[in-house]
Design a protein around this ligand. Structure first.
Ligand SMILES: COC[C@@H]1[C@H](c2ccc(C#Cc3ccccc3)cc2)[C@@H]2CN(C(=O)Nc3ccc(OC4CC4)cc3)C[C@@H](O)[C@@H](O)CN12
Length: 293
């Protein structure tokens, strides 16, 4: 069928085969998955094949309670200052919390408990109510572990999350105010550091790392904590690939998890591996020249 046939009316004298509505269109030449989304799918596949299930991370706005207090991070910790955290003006605060649990969190911060002396300060609910852009996906892990503790019977769990987090930091070639955190969490009776090292080995082997090294570190919510390093064959050097630890009893016991349940967890970013995989030195080559919050 040509435009000439249509213009001259010749089409009326011709036979045409029936139109095939199932015929596939021409494949579009344009359009590609963003490198970050490709690497996110690779991480998701690794977690899924290791039997982890994905946590619901569709809330960028979080309360200070779940982002910090539930993690036994004291209210005067520097990470909770406005120069490190984006606090939200509207809605400025959250008021809906499981009050029985909140009281236990208040107590473990201010007086101690569960064998801990606590931080011994005047814990204020107003501080815990402040809304912010979550600084880590560990806030979601805290929500999931609290929910797990409410179950009649404890069952071992393996969770993961890969989503945006926000930090009010100085921007440079490799740091933006937002990045994607990748986090794995395992809850089981009698887990310890050996299990954490084992699962990190299994996870990072799937990323092509054969040799890992661990360095003692500090996180307010994990003890012990370890920075994770791996020898990167391509770069020919050891690189930091993440951080990890065993969640503290002061975080888990106020939730109501059984005393013999331990939770091990680790985190890394999506941007760093993506930049290395695509040979990028400046994070703006990954997310564009202007990244306004
Ligand atoms: C403020 O920035 C923090 C971010 C980000 C990070 C660090 C720690 C956590 C965490 C955690 C945690 C700890 C305990 C319990 C739960 C979560 C999450 C993200 C990366 C973590 N890092 C990081 O991703 N490095 C990395 C990871 C994978 C990788 O893969 C190779 C190419 C194939 C290469 C590099 C290490 C550094 O980049 C570090 O300088 C920057 N870190």
């Amino acid at each position: 069928l040509t435009s000439e046939m249509l213009l001259t009316g010749l089409w009326k004298e011709l036979e045409f085969k029936p139109y095939n509505f199932d015929a596939l269109g021409q494949p579009p030449e344009c359009g590609h998955l963003h490198p970050l989304l490709k690497v996110r799918s690779e991480f998701r596949e690794i977690f899924l094949e290791m039997g982890f299930s994905e946590m619901p991370t569709n809330n960028y706005v979080e309360s200070s309670f779940w982002n910090f207090d539930a993690l036994f991070q004291p209210q005067q910790h520097p990470a909770r200052d406005a120069h490190d955290t984006f606090f939200i003006l509207s809605p400025e605060k959250s008021t809906e919390f499981p009050m029985e649990y909140l009281e236990k969190v208040k107590k473990v911060h201010s007086e101690g408990g569960y064998g801990s002396q606590g931080y011994r300060y005047d814990w204020k609910i107003e501080e815990a109510q402040k809304n912010l852009l979550r600084t880590h996906t560990t806030a979601v892990s805290a929500r999931m572990l609290y929910k797990l503790a409410q179950q009649e019977e404890f069952t071992p769990q393996k969770y993961f999350s890969i989503d945006k987090v926000f930090r009010n930091e100085t921007l440079d070639a490799t740091h933006l105010a937002e990045f994607h955190q990748v986090e794995g969490v395992m809850a089981e009776r009698g887990l310890g550091l050996a299990d954490l090292i084992g699962v990190l080995d299994a996870f990072f082997q799937r990323l092509g790392f054969r040799r890992l090294q661990f360095k003692p570190a500090y996180n307010p919510y994990t003890e012990p904590s370890m920075e994770i390093f791996a020898f990167h064959e391509g770069l020919g050097k050891w690189i930091e690939i993440g951080n990890s630890g065993v969640f503290r009893p002061e975080m888990l016991l106020p939730m109501g998890l059984p005393e013999d349940v331990n939770v091990i967890a680790w985190g890394l970013s999506l941007e760093r591996p993506t930049m290395i995989k695509y040979g990028l030195n400046n994070i703006r080559d990954l997310v564009g020249p202007r990244v306004d919050l």
